[in-house]
Design a protein around this ligand. Structure first.
Ligand SMILES: [Zn+2]
Length: 215
């Protein structure tokens, strides 16, 4: 039988929300309902339960357009017949909502990246979908493994977590509507990483190709 305790916790949390944040933001919700959303920032994050973008950034209703997937990956621009949830969200955020920023939000201790590091996806041990999804990272994985022969697991994990962010940024630029807006300054893209252990937020300094503390 399913555990009901966690659902009861959620309903209690919802009640607290209705009495607290909902009441405090009623005018804002009404405005958002009447005029529609106009978030300035899109976040592409991991599904990981420990990395909630709204909680992390203290964002209110209507502020962030968020898509979360396994390991915060952005696939390359491939407009063929498959289903593309992340690409669809990106297209909507950029071309319809006109967000000014896209943040790829990675994190430490990522389970998707761990599976990638351990080669579980390649070995077909991750079910029907994860291997195909994580194969977006295969070229970057090969480069990281080549660059860290015999390195400790933690080092390779960290390198892969950072590589996934760089890879997603590079793939973002394969979308014509992203490239066009990067060129004319309507859009900026950013690679950030949340360290679950230390609480630190780091950002990719693309000029120096290094992650540096933010805030
Ligand atoms: Zn993750």
């Amino acid at each position: 039988m399913a555990d009901c305790t966690s659902l009861q916790r959620l309903i209690a949390g919802y009640r607290a929300f209705r009495e607290g944040a909902w009441e405090q933001n009623r005018a804002r919700y009404r405005m958002l309902a009447e005029h529609g959303q106009a978030p300035g920032v899109m976040v592409i994050g991991c599904c990981d339960s420990r990395v909630d973008p709204s909680l992390l950034f203290g964002a209110g209703p209507g502020e962030l357009f968020i898509v979360r997937n396994v390991a915060n990956l952005v696939p390359p621009f491939e407009p063929h017949g498959d289903y593309h949830g992340t690409s669809a969200a990106l297209e909507f955020a950029v071309t319809c909502l006109g967000v000014g920023h896209v943040i790829v939000l990675g994190h430490t201790h990522c389970g998707g990246i761990k599976a990638l590091r351990e080669g579980l996806a390649e070995a077909g041990e991750t079910g029907d979908f994860i291997a195909r999804w994580m194969s977006i990272m295969n070229p970057a994985r090969a480069a990281v493994l080549d660059a860290h022969p015999g390195a400790p697991e933690e080092t390779v994990q960290r390198a892969l977590e950072e590589a996934s962010i760089r890879n997603s940024l590079a793939n973002l630029e394969t979308f014509p509507f992203v490239r066009e807006r990067l060129r004319d300054g309507r859009l900026q893209i950013h690679g950030w990483q949340f360290d679950i252990t230390s609480g630190e937020l780091r950002g990719l300094d693309r000029e120096h190709n290094a992650f540096v503390p933010l805030g």
